[in-house]
Design a protein around this ligand. Structure first.
Ligand SMILES: Nc1ncnc2c1ncn2[C@@H]1O[C@H](COP(=O)(O)OP(=O)(O)OP(=O)(O)O)[C@@H](O)[C@H]1O
Ligand SMILES: [Mg+2]
Length: 254
């Protein structure tokens, strides 16, 4: 049997006396989009932070492709294929949007590329960069500086970086929050395009029920840091835990 690509075992995050993530054991499989839902403060973002390494685990463990990565740095986890939207603060402000994205694609492709393959690789860097631009619909903005982009376009660029890094596991935390109705579909299409790719695993924290219904193969529910439900979307949405007053209200509101 193959190990799950990503697994958390009794994963726990405490802040002082508060247990934000409480012994969550869960596995995530290739080819699956899992929506993570739960009321505000349930620990969804903290769960992501402990998986990606931004917050240290207080107890429990995280496994990536069977390897214990619990004590690994954020950078090492990213290199091993754990992908979260890139921080735009890591950009070169004096380079164009295109050049910034090209550098990410290049760094990704050069990993292991030999010097003799340089010419070929330059060509493939350019075409891969263009392909990512088309995916996030930023082709017309390619020559602008990052600082000149609107908020929505900056968010699209973040997702462009993520696509360029081509991780094994994609983690999206409320990906369309604060985006306009024009910009949001680009991101949702990008996530949808990962659907059915047997090599990709997607974790999606999302409040919007229509988005969950469209994209998710599975839903897990966090409540007070505890894994409260895990199953097929229709079953979980119909379950008592989701129909429960406060969460039912959260989901029904949207
Ligand atoms: N760095 C931190 N220091 C102290 N407490 C924190 C920290 N990060 C999160 N918390 C607390 O942990 C709990 C879980 O927060 P978290 O942001 O993970 O919830 P969430 O499910 O993502 O909520 P939302 O739906 O509002 O985004 C909250 O009580 C929050 O105040
Ligand atoms: Mg959150």
């Amino acid at each position: 049997m193959h190990p799950a690509i990503l697994e958390t075992r009794n994963l726990t995050a405490r802040f002082g006396g508060h247990v934000a993530v409480d012994a969550v054991s869960c596995t995530f499989n290739p080819g699956e989009i899992t929506a993570i839902v739960g009321p505000n403060g349930a620990g969804k973002t903290t769960y992501f932070n402990v998986i990606s390494g931004q917050v240290p685990a207080s107890a429990g463990a995280v496994f990536l492709a069977g390897r214990d990565i619990t004590r690994w740095s954020v950078a090492r986890r990213a290199q091993a294929g754990l992908g979260r939207a890139f921080q735009l603060t890591n950009l070169f402000p004096n380079l164009s949007v295109f050049e910034n994205l090209r550098l990410v694609v290049q760094a990704r492709q050069r990993k292991g590329a030999r010097l003799l393959q340089r010419a070929d690789s330059d060509h493939s860097v350019l075409s891969a960069t263009q392909e990512v631009f088309e995916r996030v619909r930023l082709t017309p903005k390619a020559d602008q500086l990052v600082t000149e982009l609107t908020h929505g376009d900056q968010r699209k660029l973040e997702f462009g970086f993520l696509a360029a890094l081509d991780p094994v596991v994609f983690m999206f935390d409320e990906p369309t929050a604060g985006m306009s109705a024009d910009d949001a579909p680009v991101i949702l299409e990008m996530i949808a395009s990962l659907r059915g790719d047997p090599a990709k695993t997607v974790l999606l924290v999302e409040h919007k029920l229509d988005v969950i219904r469209t994209l998710a193969d599975r839903i897990i529910v966090l409540n007070n840091g505890v894994l409260a439900a895990d199953g097929a979307p229709a079953d979980v949405i119909a379950s008592d835990v989701v129909q429960d007053a406060y969460l039912g209200r959260t989901l029904a509101d949207v």
